[in-house]
Write a protein that binds this ligand. Structure first.
Ligand code: HEM
Length: 446
């Protein structure tokens, strides 16, 4: 029997149709969540780089490989849009966040938002951030510690301090933290309706909590300029003096806080895990940190090559944003395949980062692959793409790396940590990739 296809290209077209998996869509999603690497490998072998499946009430095309990622993200034909794709997952919770805007409107908002991430502003954040990090890392508990939880709390504290510039009570900070977690988790709910008590319902409830919180603080932020992101967004102006409305500020704040929080936490968790699994890397990174002063300068960050390579390799093996969806808004093509309008496509960067065409022994943790002699990440502009690419490329990539490096520098100087021999981090891939056990380590003060 012929393999079913997504849609036949026009007669005479050079394009090939996309094969469609006939397996049960829900089972496919569950299989993928259990082991996304094995899933990708098997589907690649069966269908090739581009294939479709039906799941969660829609049809997804998965387009493997750096070349397909490049076609989709560089979007020369303006055929792929973010809003209808990301909205499907997180729309009700991250309404009109910058990642959910497209084309001219996106360019306009990004231009204003960019001001909050300009080098001079970043240096200001760094100065604000450093004492918080030094103080908080020094107070980490010792003994058996779940590092994922420590990082999560710390990145939230930093976000509140640097982005909000507000002193919050512990219960209020906890309430915000919970609201963020619930909004993120809601996006990948299998039941996509507000059933009371369900993930979707909790996500909507949390969005409301966040909105109320930000609207309440806008008047004070508009009144006085302070060095936090919230204030910068209230005062930033486009070329013609146009400003964000209150609604824009709230939407961007909620989105940016979400984008900054889990991604950095996941990256540090992976780095800490890999350095516990490979104590030789922990020792080398520590040696480099000990050569620097405890208090870093902004310029020190560029010289932290060991932490940098460990970070890059952790981002390769487990990119915090494991896949990027887009919607084809007109008939188009990917890698010679016909993609009809209104098809959801995804770039599976979690799987792409294990592509043996670019990475030798891709399942092995090896930070030296980023050294100048090997530079495996440079084999293709989309071979290593934890921050995405094209016009929506992560706006916080320098901020995130600055935060991660500073925290890791302090952790390495203040502590040593280990996991039992043979320990493997059990991962939950149902939303962003997080450890099921929250990474328990033995943390010892040096
Ligand atoms: C290691 C940390 C991080 C990773 C791996 C990461 C990853 C990504 C990825 C893959 C995208 C593109 C999504 C797409 O095109 O579909 C993205 C976009 C974005 N990220 Fe990050 N991110 C990180 C940290 C941050 C931080 C710290 C911030 C804010 C301070 C941030 C703010 C944003 C924003 C605002 C966008 C949307 C940009 C746009 O659509 O124009 N990210 N990020």
């Amino acid at each position: 029997m012929a393999m079913p296809v997504l849609a036949q290209p026009e007669v005479g077209s050079d394009l090939r149709p996309v094969p469609v998996s006939t397996r049960n869509g829900l089972l496919e999603i569950l299989t993928m969540r259990r082991d996304p690497f094995d899933f990708s490998q098997k589907r690649l072998e069966q269908y090739g780089e581009v294939f479709a499946m039906s799941a969660l009430g829609t049809r997804f095309v998965t387009a493997h490989g750096a070349e397909a990622a490049n076609e989709i993200l560089m979007n020369k034909d303006r055929a792929f849009a973010n809003a209808p794709a990301w909205s499907y997952f997180i729309g009700p919770f991250f309404n009109r966040g910058i990642m959910l805007l497209d084309f001219d409107e996106h360019r306009h908002h990004r231009h204003i938002l960019q001001q909050a991430f300009a080098p001079k502003v970043l240096k200001g954040y760094f100065d604000e951030m450093q004492p918080v990090i030094v103080d908080r890392v020094a107070k980490f508990p010792t003994g058996e510690v779940k590092l994922f939880e420590e990082f999560k709390e710390l990145t939230l504290d930093i976000a509140l301090e640097i982005f909000l510039g507000l002193e919050l009570s512990k219960p209020e900070a906890d309430r915000l933290n919970k609201a963020f977690i619930e909004t993120v988790r809601a996006g990948v709910a299998l039941v996509r309706k507000p059933v009371p008590g369900g993930r979707w319902w909790k996500g909507l409830r949390s969005r409301k909590i966040l909105e109320e919180f930000f609207y309440k603080h806008i008047p004070a932020k508009r009144a006085t300029a302070t060095p936090d992101l919230f204030s910068v967004l209230c005062h930033a102006e486009g070329d013609d003096g146009e400003r964000f409305t209150d609604e824009d500020v709230v939407n961007h704040m909620i989105f940016v806080l979400m984008a900054a929080h889990d991604t950095t936490t996941i990256t540090m968790t992976q780095m800490a895990y890999r350095m516990a699994e490979h104590p030789e890397w922990q020792a080398q990174a520590r040696a480099q940190s000990m050569e620097l002063n405890a208090e870093l300068t902004y310029d020190d960050l560029a010289g932290m090559t060991m932490i940098d390579s460990i970070m890059k390799e952790s981002l390769r093996m487990c990119p915090p944003v494991p896949a990027q969806p887009r919607m084809a808004i007109k008939d188009t093509q990917i890698s010679g395949h016909f993609i009809p309008a209104n098809t959801m496509v995804t770039i599976p960067q979690l799987a792409n980062h294990r592509d043996p065409r670019y990475f030798t022994d891709p399942d092995v943790f090896d930070p030296t692959r980023f050294g100048p002699d090997r530079a495996e990440d440079k084999g293709h502009r989309m071979a290593w793409m934890p921050f995405g690419g094209g016009v929506h490329k992560c706006i916080g990539l320098y901020f995130g790396q600055m935060e991660i490096k500073t925290i890791m520098h302090n952790l390495l100087r203040d502590y040593e940590w280990s996991v039992p021999a043979g320990y493997r981090l059990p991962m939950d891939y149902s939303a962003l990739p997080v450890p099921k056990d929250k990474l328990p380590v033995t943390l010892v003060r040096r």
